[in-house]
Design a protein around this ligand. Structure first.
Ligand code: CS2
Length: 404
C-alpha cells in the first residue's frame, strides 16, 4: 500500500464528501486541508479534532478522520507555501469552485483579476494559482496537481494558469516534475442544514448521496492512493463532457427555472412535469454532443440523473446551484450550444435554460437581492442597461445566434 500526504485546497462540503471519503477508504494517506479565505471551517473542525460525520443518505453515518490539520491561508501563507514545497506531499488537490481559478473568458488566467494582480505583485499569495506557482518555483520533488472542480479540461486549464502566472513574474519552475491530470468528479453534496447539525450532534456534519464517481486521467508524477472505485483512464474528456453538460447543465436549468416557479429544492423542481420534461430534453440535446459509447449510454445516464435529482432526502437548495452562474454556464450550456450549432442541430431546451438564467438575473436585480456571483456588478449593470439580453449573453460567452 502506498502512503503519503495530500495538500488539499478548499475544505468545503464537496471535498469532505468526495476526496476525503475516497482517501480514507484507500488507507495509508493523510490530508492537510487549506482554506483560502474564511477560518470558519478550520475553526469548526479544530474543535472536534479535525474529524466529522459524513452522512451518506440512506446508508451510513461515517466518521471521517483523515484530516491532519486545516490551515487558513490568510493567517499563515508561509505554512501553506512550505507544504507546497514539502517532498512528503505527493499530491496537491483542489476543490475551490470555478471562480477561484480567476480565469478570463478564454479560460486563461485573468492577469487583470485583482487577486491575481496582488499575487503577481509579490505579496504573500492569496489565490490557489499564486500558491502553486510560487511554491513550485522551490519544489525539487515530483508533484501531481489534481484539480477536482467542475471545469472542462480542469487539469490542463489549471496547468496553463500556473504557467501564465510563472511566466509573468519570471519564476523558474522545473515542469518535468509536475503533472496536472484532468479529472471528473461527481457526488451531489448539499450545504449542511441546521436540522442535520442537530440530529447528528455534529456542527461539521456533511450530507451526501450514496452515488459517487471519480474518473482521473492516469498521469501522476509519483505515487498515489489506491482510491477504491476510481477509474483511471487515458482521456477524461468524454466523461467530463457528459457530466458537465448533462448533470450540471440540467441542474443549472432546474435551479433558474425552478426558482422562478417558486420551488426551493431540486427534488421539487424535478417533480414539476414541465420542468422535468425540459430538463430531460436539455440532457438529450447535450447528449448529442457526446461521442462513442458515452453517447450510446446517455439515455440510461440521463434517466439515472433524474432519479438522483428526485431524492427528497438531500434537500439540495436551488439557490446553492444558482450561485456563480457566470462561471458555470459556459461549461454547462455554452459548450453544448456551440457543438450543436456546428452539427446544425437546434437546441430549444438549452436556449430555454439560457432564457431562464437571464430572467433570474433580471428578477434578482428587480427584487434588490444581492447576486451571488463574482460578476454581480457586471450582471446588475447589464440588467439595468439598454440591452440586457445581449450584455448578459456576452458575459457568459454565448453568441445570440446560437439560441433557437
Ligand atoms: C451543482 C454541483 O452546485 C452546483 O452547481 O450543479 O455542485 C453538483 O451537485 C455536483 O457537480 C455533482 O457532482
Amino acid at each position: 500500500m502506498s502512503s503519503g500526504q495530500i495538500l488539499h485546497f478548499g475544505v468545503g462540503n464537496f471535498f469532505r464528501a468526495h476526496l476525503a471519503d475516497y482517501t480514507q477508504n484507500a488507507g495509508g494517506w493523510w490530508i492537510i486541508g487549506v482554506s483560502l479565505r474564511s477560518a470558519s471551517i478550520a475553526d469548526g473542525l479544530k474543535k472536534q479534532n479535525n474529524t466529522y460525520t459524513l452522512c451518506v443518505q440512506g446508508t451510513e453515518h461515517k466518521r471521517i478522520d483523515i484530516l491532519q490539520q486545516v490551515l487558513v491561508a490568510p493567517q499563515n501563507p508561509g505554512a501553506v507555501l512550505a507544504y507546497v514545497v514539502d517532498p512528503r506531499v505527493k499530491i496537491i488537490s483542489l476543490t475551490v469552485t470555478e471562480k477561484a481559478y480567476c480565469l478570463g473568458p478564454d479560460n486563461r488566467l485573468d492577469l487583470a483579476h485583482p487577486l491575481i494582480q496582488a499575487d503577481l505583485s509579490g505579496q504573500e499569495p492569496q489565490t490557489a494559482v499564486g500558491f502553486l506557482a510560487r511554491g513550485l518555483a522551490n519544489r525539487r520533488a515530483p508533484l501531481t496537481v489534481l484539480c477536482c472542480d467542475n471545469l472542462s479540461a480542469n487539469g490542463d486549464v489549471l496547468g496553463a494558469a500556473v504557467r501564465d502566472f510563472a511566466a509573468r513574474v519570471g519564476l523558474s519552475i522545473n515542469w518535468n516534475l509536475v503533472e496536472f491530470p484532468n479529472s471528473m468528479v461527481d457526488r451531489i453534496t448539499p450545504a449542511t442544514s441546521d436540522e442535520l447539525r442537530f440530529s447528528t450532534g455534529d456542527p461539521m456534519a456533511v450530507p451526501t448521496e450514496p452515488f459517487c464517481e471519480w474518473v482521473i486521467e492516469d498521469r501522476f508524477a509519483d505515487v498515489r492512493p489506491n482510491w477504491p472505485g476510481v477509474q483511471f483512464v487515458p482521456d477524461v474528456a468524454p466523461y467530463e463532457m457528459r457530466k458537465l453538460r448533462m448533470l450540471n447543465g440540467a441542474h443549472s436549468y432546474l435551479a433558474y427555472a425552478g426558482l422562478a416557479a417558486g420551488y426551493d429544492y431540486v427534488h421539487q423542481a424535478v417533480s414539476d412535469e414541465g420542468l422535468r420534461r425540459s430538463a430531460a430534453q436539455l440532457m438529450d440535446e447535450a447528449a448529442q454532443t457526446l461521442s462513442g459509447d458515452l453517447r450510446t449510454g446517455s439515455q440510461a445516464y440521463g434517466l439515472a440523473l433524474l432519479v438522483r435529482f428526485e431524492n427528497p432526502h438531500l434537500h439540495h437548495q436551488l439557490r446553492q446551484i444558482a450561485m456563480d452562474g457566470s462561471q458555470k454556464i459556459p461549461y454547462r450550456w455554452g459548450d453544448s450550444l456551440r457543438a450543436l450549432a456546428q452539427q446544425g442541430v437546434s437546441a430549444p431546451a438549452l436556449s430555454q435554460a439560457v432564457t431562464a438564467w437571464i430572467a433570474f438575473c433580471c428578477a434578482e436585480v428587480a427584487a434588490g437581492r444581492a447576486l451571488q456571483d463574482p460578476a454581480d456588478q457586471a450582471i446588475a449593470s447589464a440588467v439595468q442597461g439598454p440591452a440586457p439580453k445581449h450584455d448578459l449573453l456576452a458575459l457568459v460567452g454565448i453568441d445570440p445566434a446560437l439560441l433557437s
